[in-house]
Design a protein around this ligand. Structure first.
Ligand code: CMC
Length: 432
């Protein structure tokens, strides 16, 4: 029993009730309201989960007021500076940084799972070539359970581990295949001598016609973007994965659900929306008119890449991506890039404007990531698919945590019913 208690009193005659308060290792306490309905016949009401912790987790911690993000206790800045993506994936999945032997084994195992079942390539042909990559990704990742059903017993830790390897290893291959299919180019098989990120870029941009050489600056940029997107605690897509997982659905189906949830412009689709917004603004001289429209909420106009449910300060990932953005533009000799000039001018105007200051709206991870992708020659429609590739690690770690959590039950929110009460059926002939 917790020592700290919260007492809830009622003005409708319901007797007061006490609820235990729990403290995490860091962050706000939580009030355990699980017994509320049994004790009072009432539910809590929290659309959008503004004040609800849905689980215990020891993977990712965010302090939105201070702009802090940590995976397993390690600040994102240190990981982005010192790690490669697979090291971060190991950390997120296993809780500790790997030693040299563990790192090698992990890298080797992921590398050996990168090829996809040959039959999967035929699956692609059912899609139109101009389909949105996220539509294809939802379908193909969902289909993985039809290809890899040899290890789908979610109660067997070894099966869970194999599925985790398969998902982390095959997402770059499938994402690149999605791109190749849209371009009408042949799929490129993974090459085991390349690193995870090099291999992804090779499968995206290589062709059978000529040799492809990795560029270390560009590889590093994508490595960093993947690290920054790898996990973000209980956001919409992760909660979707957990909700699907709570029913006992297989991990491929759960991750496909997460991809669908990520697609929306308020979530992962924002990186694509930022580029569309910058295109629409077109020139620095049009910024004031655009900001005016946003402030007046004219036609639901929003400053995409700004604002966050949790960060009420600069998103720490945005700072790191901004730095990467400058490195990539310098490497590609795009220093006087019009897009980055426009983005920076827009950011400056917004950060000095009362509307954004009062609402604590700061740039988020998606504000600059799209500019990096664009500079790398990645088409706008692929941006969110690459986000999904990176987030698969977080999703699978959160799914594994859920399956191993004895406190978890099927996710089943209740509602405040405001519809019609009981009434009798009226035959068609008698209806007005
Ligand atoms: N531009 C203009 N106004 C905004 C914006 C924005 N980007 N974001 C929030 N506001 C306003 C909103 O209209 C509201 O104003 P008012 O008080 O006058 O009604 C106020 O700020 C509070 O916003 P909210 O909608 O209650 O905040 P939320 O926590 O529910 O939404 C958000 C967070 C990320 C969905 C929202 O800020 C947004 O849609 N931003 C643009 C899309 C975006 O960049 N999403 C990426 C998020 S980071 C990556 C990821 O999660 O995938």
């Amino acid at each position: 029993m917790s020592e700290k208690l919260a007492t809830l009193s009622f003005s409708d005659g319901t007797p007061s009730v006490d609820f235990p308060i729990y403290s995490g290792t860091v962050g706000p306490d939580v009030v355990d309201v699980r017994a509320l309905y049994a004790k009072t016949g009432k539910f809590t009401f929290d659309p959008g989960f503004m004040s609800t912790a849905s689980c215990r987790s020891n993977i990712t911690y965010i302090d939105g007021d201070k702009g802090i993000l940590m995976y397993r206790g390690y600040p994102i800045e240190q990981l982005a500076e010192n790690s490669d993506f697979l090291e971060v994936a190991y950390l997120i999945l296993n809780g500790e940084l790997p030693n040299a032997a563990q790192k090698k084994e992990f890298d080797d195992t992921v590398t050996k799972h990168t090829m996809v079942h040959e039959q999967l390539s035929f699956f692609f042909r059912g899609f139109r070539r101009d389909a949105h990559p996220m539509a294809v990704l939802v379908g193909v990742v969902g289909a993985l359970s039809a290809f890899y059903h040899d290890a789908l017993n979610i109660n067997d830790p070894r099966d869970r581990e194999i599925s985790a390897y398969r998902l982390i290893a095959k997402l770059p291959t499938i994402t690149a295949m999605t791109y190749k299919y849209s371009m009408g180019q042949p799929f490129m098989y993974p090459k085991n001598e390349l690193s995870y990120v090099e291999n992804f870029l090779y499968m995206m941009f290589g062709t059978p016609c000529e040799e492809w050489k990795p560029n270390p600056v560009l590889t590093r940029a994508v490595e960093r973007i993947l690290i920054l997107h790898a996990d973000h605690e209980q956001n919409a897509s992760t909660s979707t994965v957990r909700l699907a997982g709570s029913t006992g659905a297989n991990p491929f189906a759960c991750i496909a659900a997460g991809i669908a949830s990520l697609w929306g412009p308020a979530h992962g689709g924002a990186n694509e929306a930022v580029l569309k917004m910058l295109d629409e603004i077109g020139d620095v001289k049009n910024i004031p008119a655009f900001i005016k429209r946003v402030k007046e909420k004219d036609g639901h106009a929003m400053l995409m890449g700004f604002g966050h449910r949790v960060y009420k300060n600069y998103d720490p990932r945005a700072k790191l991506i901004q730095q990467t953005c400058h490195e990539v533009l310098a490497e590609l000799k795009l220093k006087d890039n019009k897009l980055i000039e426009l983005a920076m001018a827009l950011e400056k105007v917004a950060l000095e404007d009362d509307y954004f200051i009062q609402r604590k709206l700061y740039p988020n991870v998606d504000f600059y990531s799209g500019i990096v992708y664009k500079a790398l020659g990645i088409p706008v429609s692929m941006f969110t698919a690459i986000f999904a590739l990176a987030r698969t690690t977080g999703w699978i770690a959160q799914w594994k945590e859920l399956i191993g959590d004895t406190e978890q039950k099927i996710g089943r929110p209740r509602q405040l019913f405001v519809g019609a009460t009981k009434r009798d059926f009226v035959p068609l002939a008698k209806r007005k």
